[in-house]
Design a protein around this ligand. Structure first.
Ligand code: ADP
Length: 745
């Protein structure tokens, strides 16, 4: 409540953990000053108070207001918080950088090296937590994996679900699971102490979230279960976070939610468990300009803008450029670096830093390093920097107005990554990044008319992506009737049916709709159901190619292994250098040979990569994933993989990638990707087996320009034309075998 004091003031908490001055505690002291200036700081007491009286808190506040870094620290020493606090993030980079930051703020060691570390993180293929971890940042996918092993999340006192506005499929699943868990509606799932749930969002759209959790109050009423006691005054109390001079937009939203919350409280008297809180953001004015005419070449437009800013604007003031993906980021990076060489001496140096999801951790972390003297950082990012990652020092934003989004085409049964115009709310988030620390400027590389045509909001992922992974996760978690799951937005029936069919085809689900043994194995692997199925197939004694399948899957799980080259003559040079890695079976065997050669290279792996135009950064990542997948596969697939498991340790030289082994691997790929196969038509085109969609082999494929009776591909790209990327040649007989198996099942 406003002005109400509790014994757990933030400063006192911090002092409790202070040791005699050490470098860590000195840094902690310095950061405390910054923390106190964050908009969320004055709300610490009301947040704590709300969670003492309620089990659920919906907290909204602008990006940068301090939600992710401060809320877990506010809660860590609460009397009810005897165990760990989990904070979910949609992306790896955010989980890791937040953990590092919070460790610094708490004066704690960080990472797996130190058993004393109070802050840790857990992301796919990397668990940096220890026995004393009190605050754990983890990706949404990892929390979902944990719910398989520990359905009632006994190891946690609280789960903080961050970045809910991004509405990833995983966040929608987490919210549904938590709602069920808090309500105790799942079979016998009792916890000794109630789980506290904080749902955090950067947009003030709280109604749906409150409704989702408040429905429980109804079911609890009917079932007579225990609910946290709260009354009108208490719910009111949790509203202390509303700033009295809030901007009208937020104020309206807040009022709406407030009145709704009040009516909820009244109608359900003492049973409402949901408190809500609104934190006013801090935003300096941002001057925004549009292009007078639309452009097709926004990479060039961005390049021109970067140099204009660098010549005209004083330091400090870093530039954040929003692009669509790795390909455009790398093209622009190369252009900026080339042109920067010709800059006059008195102009600030430009330091280009890419930031996209598939980039390895150490490369992602570079954006957080302080800008060197007389230098301007140019961060080339995907929408990863829209809300999840706050990069300090940014004053200029350049926004291309597009992002790559997943789109599932129900009729074809294919998921594709499309470059599409962003929504107005995404454009506003991007613009806001320029005004976090001082007045800023935003250059939109599109016209004002185009902006007016943008959708208001981004469609939640669950309404547009392949749902097979989500449904397998639900089934493995005991949700049999998927239609009864508490979705924030109910997925389309057609998409649900497609996903169920896909799981049936993969053998992950029986025709009565229950999960199979094989499905459970696949669900435990940190892979899509299709890739998981490939791995399980590869472990079968008659296939005996688990180790090689892991190599291929690891290479498919990272950014492009082969460097994208801008100029034609370099392309030819690369072609010649890479020829020794190429396999006529196609891209997957070529990836395998690349991974094997790299792994065998003892002397200088970096030089090897340079010689072969291979990304060293990507290969380091491949090696890491490969190691993790080896250990996970050994524990998951032991009975049938005894012969393969021996080959996991003793790697065979590439020359032994025999045709038989390659054929075995291709048949495994087919088992997982039968929906992504196409056959050669008499007119030379390829048509998919299931949807009769015409696809062409992507120019990046080693099979580009070749004809083969059938192909299997691991990626479908649509850029005006339908492309198959990551392509291998396969025999029609093999396809027939899989189809026969499916017809028989
Ligand atoms: P929110 O969750 O509301 O978006 P955060 O808690 O992530 O806000 O960030 C609050 C502030 O903490 C940021 O404005 C930034 O100044 C600082 N911060 C967060 N993460 C880092 C980091 N990894 N490195 C440096 N500063 C950071």
């Amino acid at each position: 409540l406003p002005g109400r004091k509790t014994s757990h003031k933030p400063d006192e908490q911090l002092k409790e953990s202070l040791q005699p001055a050490t470098p860590l505690s000195r840094r902690q002291d310095a950061l405390l000053h910054t923390r106190k200036t964050l908009p969320i700081w004055p709300h610490a007491d009301s947040i704590r108070s709300a969670l003492r009286k309620n089990n659920i808190l919906v907290l909204t506040g602008e990006t940068g207001s301090g939600k992710s870094t401060q809320v877990p620290q506010f809660l860590a020493s609460e009397p009810w918080c005897t165990k760990c606090i989990a904070i979910t993030q949609p992306r790896r980079v955010a989980a890791i950088s937040l953990a590092r930051r919070v460790a610094e703020e708490m004066g704690s060691h960080f990472g797996r090296q130190s058993p004393a570390a109070k802050v840790g993180y857990c992301v796919r293929f990397d668990n940096a937590t220890g026995p004393n971890t009190k605050i754990k940042f983890l990706t949404e996918g990892m929390l979902l994996q944990e719910t398989l092993r520990d359905p009632t999340l006994q190891q946690y006192s609280a789960v903080v679900v961050d970045e809910v506005h991004e509405r990833s499929v995983n966040v929608d699943l987490i919210l549904g699971f938590l709602k069920n868990l808090v309500a105790g509606v799942e079979q016998g799932q009792k916890r000794k102490h109630p789980l506290k749930v904080v749902v955090m969002s950067a947009t003030a759209d709280v109604e749906a979230l409150v409704r989702l959790f408040n429905n429980d109050s109804n079911s609890l009423d009917e079932k007579g279960s225990e609910a946290a006691e709260t009354d009108d005054t208490d719910s009111e109390g949790s509203w202390s976070g509303i700033s009295s001079d809030a901007e009208s937009d937020h104020k309206d939203q807040s009022k709406k939610s407030k009145s709704q919350s009040k009516s909820n409280s009244k109608s359900k008297s003492k049973t409402s468990q949901v408190a809500t809180c609104f934190v006013e953001g801090r935003q300096y004015p941002v001057k925004t300009t549009y292009l007078p005419e639309p452009t097709q070449d926004w990479v060039e437009s961005a390049l021109i803008r970067i140099f204009q800013i660098n010549h005209r604007e004083p330091l400090p003031g870093d530039i954040l450029v929003f692009l669509t993906g790795q390909d455009t980021i790398e093209s622009l990076e190369k252009l900026v670096n080339d042109y920067a060489e010709g800059q006059a001496k008195d102009v600030p140096k430009l330091l280009c830093l890419p930031l996209f999801a598939a980039l390895p951790q150490h490369a992602q972390q570079l954006v957080f390093n302080p800008t060197p003297p007389r230098t301007r950082k140019v961060i080339l990012a995907t929408n990863i920097a829209e809300t999840s990652v706050t990069v300090p020092g940014v004053r200029f934003v350049i926004d291309c107005g597009k992002s790559k989004i997943k789109q599932f085409r129900n009729r074809l049964g294919l998921e594709t990554l499309l470059s599409k115009p962003i929504s107005k709310s995404a454009a506003i988030q991007r613009q806001g990044r320029a005004g976090r620390e001082a007045p800023g400027q935003c250059y939109r590389l599109y016209t004002e008319e185009s902006y007016n045509d943008f959708d208001e909001r981004t469609t939640p992922e669950i309404l547009r992506c392949d749902l097979s992974h989500a449904i397998l996760t639900m089934k493995a978690r005991g949700v049999d009737e998927v239609v009864n799951f508490p979705f924030l937005d109910r997925p389309h029936r057609e998409a649900l049916e497609q996903a169920l069919l896909q799981l049936l085809n993969l053998g992950c689900m029986s025709d009565t709709g229950s999960i199979t043994e094989l499905g459970l194995k696949v669900a435990k692997l940190p892979l899509t159901p299709a890739l998981g199925r490939v791995l399980v197939e590869a472990a079968r004694p008659e296939r005996d190619c688990l180790s090689e399948a892991i190599d291929i899957i690891s290479a498919l799980s990272v950014e492009d292994v082969f460097l994208n080259l801008v100029t034609e003559e370099r392309k030819e040079e690369a072609e010649a250098a890479r020829r020794e890695l190429y396999r006529r079976e196609g891209d997957h065997m070529t990836l395998l040979v690349t991974v094997q050669r790299y792994a065998e290279e003892q002397s200088d792996r970096k030089a090897w990569c340079q010689r072969h135009f291979v990304s060293h950064r990507a290969m380091q990542n491949v090696m890491n994933i490969r190691k993790q997948l080896h250990s996970q596969s050994l524990s998951l697939l032991p009975p049938s993989s005894s012969s393969s498991s021996s080959s996991l340790t003793a790697h065979q030289p590439p020359s032994t990638l025999t045709e038989t082994k390659a054929a075995s691997l291709l048949r495994c790929l087919l088992r997982g990707f039968i929906a992504n196969t196409a056959r050669l038509m008499p007119d030379g085109s390829y048509k998919t087996l299931t949807g009769s969609q015409t696809v062409a082999i992507h120019p990046s494929s080693v099979l580009f320009g070749r004809k083969t009776e059938g192909i299997v591909f691991t990626e479908f790209v649509y850029t005006g034309k339908a492309w198959a990327r990551g392509v291998s040649a396969c025999q029609l007989d093999w396809m027939g075998e899989v189809v026969g198996e499916l017809m028989g099942s």
